[in-house]
Design a protein around this ligand. Structure first.
Ligand SMILES: NC(=O)c1ccc[n+]([C@@H]2O[C@H](COP(=O)([O-])OP(=O)(O)OC[C@H]3O[C@@H](n4cnc5c(N)ncnc54)[C@H](O)[C@@H]3O)[C@@H](O)[C@H]2O)c1
Length: 254
C-alpha cells in the first residue's frame, strides 16, 4: 500500500485555518487531488487550490457548499464524483464557534451550531459514502475539540455539545463501517491559532494566558492539527486505528 500517495481527499471548510493546513499537508504527502469545500470565501478557496496544484495535487478544485444544507452537500458530492474516481479521505473540518452558557444562548444559535458542527458531518458522510465505498481504501477524520471532552474551556454550551456529539458520531460510525474497511477517527484540538481564536490571541497578554493553560507552554498552529489528521487518514501508519479520538492538546487534560 502506498499510503496517501495518489489519494483523493475532500476537506470541508478547507479554504482557511485547520482545513487549509490539512489540505496542503495531503498535497505534500502526494495526494492526486483535494476537493476544497468552502461556504463563502471563493477567493481564499481558489488560492488554496492554486497552492495545492503547485504542490503536485494537480486534480484539486474547490466547490461551494454549506455543510448544514443537504442539497448543497449532495450537489458537491455529485460534482466531486464527476471529477474524482473515488474519495479516499473525507475530513469533516467545517465548524463555527459559539460562546456563552445556557442562559445567553438563543435557540437559533444552539440550532445553527449543532447544524454546522454536528449535522454537517452527518450530511457529508451520507453524501460522500458512495464515493468512499468506491475507493480501494478509505478513511473519515472528524475535527472535534477539547470542548467536547471537558467543560472547562471558553467555548460555549452549544459548541461543547456539538463537539461531544461528533465524538459519539465518530465511534458509532467507526463500528458501522469497520466491516467495509473504512476507518473513522477524530482529532480533538485545544486552542489553535486561526481566525476562530483570534479574539483571544491578538494581544501579548492574551497569548501568555493561552500558553499558561497548556503544560507544553506553546500555542498550536493549524499545521500541528493537520499532522494528526494526516496520521489518522494514512492507511499505512494508522491501519489498525478506528473509533479513536486523538487529543492535540499541548498537555491540557482539564
Ligand atoms: N481554532 C481552534 O482553537 C480549534 C480548536 C478545536 C477545534 N477546532 C475546530 O477546527 C475546525 C476548523 O476551525 P478553524 O480553527 O480552522 O477556524 P476557521 O474559522 O478559520 O475555519 C472554519 C472553517 O469552517 C468553514 N465553515 C463554517 N461554517 C460552514 C458551513 N456552514 N459550511 C461549510 N463550511 C463552513 C469556514 O468557512 C472556515 O473555512 C472547526 O471545526 C473548529 O471547531 C478549532
Amino acid at each position: 500500500m502506498e499510503g496517501l500517495r495518489g489519494s483523493y481527499v475532500v476537506v470541508t471548510g478547507g479554504s482557511r485555518g485547520i482545513g487549509r493546513a490539512a489540505a496542503l499537508a495531503f498535497a505534500r504527502e502526494g495526494a492526486a487531488g483535494v476537493a476544497v469545500l468552502y461556504r463563502q470565501d471563493r477567493s481564499a478557496a481558489e488560492e488554496t487550490v492554486a497552492e495545492l496544484r503547485s504542490l503536485g495535487a494537480g486534480e484539486s478544485f474547490c466547490v461551494r457548499a454549506d455543510v448544514s444544507r443537504w442539497e448543497e452537500v449532495e450537489a458537491a458530492a455529485r460534482l466531486v464524483g464527476g471529477r474524482f474516481p473515488h474519495v479516499n479521505v473525507l475530513v469533516n473540518n467545517a465548524g463555527v464557534l459559539q460562546v456563552g452558557g445556557v442562559e445567553e444562548t438563543s435557540l437559533d444559535e444552539w440550532r445553527r451550531t449543532i447544524d454546522v458542527n454536528l449535522t454537517g458531518a452527518f450530511l457529508a458522510v451520507k453524501a460522500f459514502l458512495p464515493l468512499l465505498r468506491r475507493a480501494p481504501w478509505a478513511a473519515v477524520v472528524n475535527v472535534s475539540s477539547i470542548a467536547g471532552q471537558t467543560g472547562n474551556v471558553v467555548a460555549g454550551i452549544a459548541y461543547a455539545a456539538s463537539k461531544a456529539g461528533l465524538i459519539g458520531f465518530t465511534k458509532r460510525l467507526a463500528v458501522e463501517l469497520a466491516g467495509e474497511g473504512i476507518r473513522v477517527n477524530a482529532v480533538a484540538p485545544t486552542f489553535v491559532e486561526t481566525d476562530m481564536t483570534a479574539r483571544w490571541l491578538s494581544t501579548p497578554e492574551g497569548r501568555e494566558r493561552v500558553r499558561g493553560l497548556h503544560p507544553l507552554g506553546i500555542i498550536l498552529k493549524p499545521e500541528d492539527v493537520a499532522e494528526a489528521i494526516l496520521f489518522l487518514a494514512d492507511p499505512r501508519r494508522a491501519r489498525g486505528i478506528t473509533g479513536h479520538v486523538l487529543s492535540v492538546n499541548a498537555g491540557r487534560y482539564t
